[in-house]
Design a protein around this ligand. Structure first.
Ligand code: G4P
Length: 552
């Protein structure tokens, strides 16, 4: 039982995600943050954990074969900063491969802050930019970590300029690197002039050596070769004068990013990054929500906008991901529930807003870095796994009263549509159930055409189909065939501001053969080409054709 108040518990939480272009070092950094936080004892543990999971769960074969990380999860650890206050860190893991970007976008809705990892030699890459844009849309503040300093890097000023020009974000260097690659000497802290030396791995040794303690730059000559020390002193002065000092408010408002440097692989700059997250990343924020009783229940009424502060007594939150249980002997799924408020206790009853269903949460899971444990209590900002048999779906809001709904969990129109058939026609019924299950987990999207008995599945990337086929085989014993679908695009439809339902119905009746419903029974128009999407858009100005749908 916590002695802290609800507000104090919320204030010491940091829920964050790492965004990066594949190969920038997200996995390595995750591991080294956990190491710095004392959550794991040796590097290699995250990878090893992944390996275990893969052998446990066959569908992860794909992950192994391709060397990509498919599923997102959360890693929780407690760590005290320099101020001695123990903070709870919830690191949300996101898949790096862009075929799973939808998963990443949804995970970001549960994060209060993002660490943007850049490869020091490559700077901002396409996937970094995409993910950054999602963060900006959601007002998620960003801490920048420029990785791989142990390799030859771009000029640091050029990297900062790129951040400023491509992201329209003011970079505030917190540290400044003293060269890179073979000449990496360390880094100097802006403002204090503290120098953190870098210790190179001795030639021929497999072991890293600890980096020496930081000391004032003016006393650090011994770490430099001829002329380098004076050069760095000068550069540090220039940089301090040339860039704005870190302003936490500007960072929280999304105008500024503190820039840290290091090498994840060599555990350099990681303690500093963890301190920055602890000191500057925001605690859980006040969230916008709607308050209403679920449809079909007594007192069902028009929803009214409200706000939920993390210190609110009632337990509230939303499901941002549903993960298949890693244990193939169980069909359970684990809903990742991000808490927005309240003090959760194991055994508590929570209600699902849109269905009114009640759930006794008897076996909630906390995901510690090397272990899973039953969660006895949890607070705003925490993520707990709720095992269930398909009651919970991505985007569901849960609360004690069942009246709170958080909007804003996006569904993206798929980029690829395929028709799926099961090889053995006797198993067609099973296919429906299996496809529903996978769609509820958000693995792929499912569209049921109004006419005919086909199932159309949609995905943002080809790999999603492969994961799907694999899982249908392994978990449901269904061998499926994907066929080209006659449709190229899916768009959700709704009346425009000045239109009515009748306008939409008129459109639907004219295009009955191209209408389908998604898993929420919302109408979807399946277009044969993007040209057709444009064409119907012009012909039916009273119908809005949208590429995203917010669930919840
Ligand atoms: P990702 O999750 O963002 O895709 O990147 P990941 O951590 O898997 O790192 C991609 C590659 O970059 C890995 O090398 C990793 O060891 C390397 N790397 C990560 N951080 C650093 C760093 O600070 N310095 C250097 N020099 N390399 C770094 P790999 O050869 O692809 O994999 P592996 O065989 O080493 O596991």
């Amino acid at each position: 039982m916590s002695k802290l108040t609800l507000n104090e518990e919320a204030l010491r939480r940091r829920t964050f995600a790492i965004i990066a272009h594949p190969d920038a070092g997200k996995t390595t950094l995750t591991e080294h943050i956990l190491l710095a936080g004392g959550a794991i004892r040796a590097a290699g543990a995250v990878r090893a954990r992944g390996e275990n999971r893969r052998t446990q769960s066959d569908w992860m074969k794909i992950e192994k074969e391709r060397g990509i990380s498919v599923s997102a999860s959360v890693m929780t650890f407690e760590h005290a900063g320099a101020d001695g206050v123990a903070k709870m860190f919830n690191l949300l893991d996101t898949p790096g491969h862009e075929d799973f970007s939808e998963d990443t976008y949804r995970t970001l809705t549960a994060a209060d802050c993002a660490i943007m990892v850049l490869d020091a030699a490559k700077g901002i890459e396409p996937q970094t930019l995409k993910l950054f844009e999602v963060c900006r849309l959601r007002d998620i503040p960003i801490i920048t970590f420029i990785n791989k300093l142990d390799r030859e890097a771009q000029d640091p000023m050029a990297l900062l300029d790129e951040i400023a020009s491509k992201l329209q974000l003011d970079p505030a260097p917190i540290w400044w690197p003293a060269q890179s690659g073979n000449r990496l000497r360390g880094m100097v802290q802006m403002g204090t002039g503290l120098f953190q030396p870098y210790a190179r791995k001795p030639a021929g040794s497999a072991e890293d050596v600890p980096h020496p303690d930081a000391l004032p730059l003016s006393e650090a000559q011994s770490y430099f070769e001829e002329g380098e020390h004076a050069e760095l002193m000068e550069a540090a002065e220039l940089v301090e004068g040339g860039y704005p000092a870190f302003d936490r408010q500007a960072f929280l408002e999304g105008h500024m990013t503190p820039v840290l440097w290091g090498s994840a692989l060599r555990h350099f700059g990681i303690d500093e990054l963890l301190a920055a997250i602890g000191d500057w990343a925001p605690p859980p924020k006040i969230m916008k929500a709607l308050k209403a009783a679920p449809a079909g229940t007594r007192n069902a009424a028009e929803p009214v906008p409200t706000t939920i502060a993390p210190g609110t007594d009632e337990v509230t939150g939303f499901v941002f991901k549903v993960q298949a249980n890693m244990d193939p002997n169980h069909r359970d799924r684990i809903a990742m529930f991000r808490m927005a408020s309240g003090s959760f206790k194991r055994g508590m009853k929570l209600k699902v807003q849109n269905t009114g269903k009640q759930l006794s949460v008897n076996a909630p899971i906390m995901f510690f870095a090397s272990d899973r444990e039953l969660a006895e209590d949890a607070y705003a900002g925490d993520v707990i796994g709720i095992p269930n048999h398909g009651v919970l779906r991505v985007g569901d809001s849960l609360s004690e009263s069942g009246m709170i709904r958080f909007a804003g969990l996006p569904n993206f129109a798929p980029e690829i549509l395929q028709r799926v058939r099961v090889k053995d026609p006797l198993k067609a019924k099973h296919l429906k159930k299996a496809l529903d299950g996978l769609a509820e987990e958000g693995v792929t999207q499912l569209f049921r055409p109004e006419l005919g008995s086909d199932f159309i599945v949609g995905a943002v990337g080809q790999l999603q189909f492969e994961v799907m086929a694999d899982r249908l085989g392994e978990e449901y014993g269904l061998e499926v065939i994907f066929e080209p679908s006659p449709f190229a695009e899916a768009r959700w439809i709704a009346p425009t501001a000045d239109a009515t339902k009748a306008d939409v119905e008129d459109f639907m009746s004219k295009y009955r053969g191209q209408m389908a419903t998604d898993i929420d029974d919302d109408p979807v128009f399946l277009a044969k080409s993007s040209w057709e999407t444009g064409y119907v858009g012009e012909r039916f100005p009273k119908v809005a054709f949208t590429k995203t749908k917010e669930r919840g």
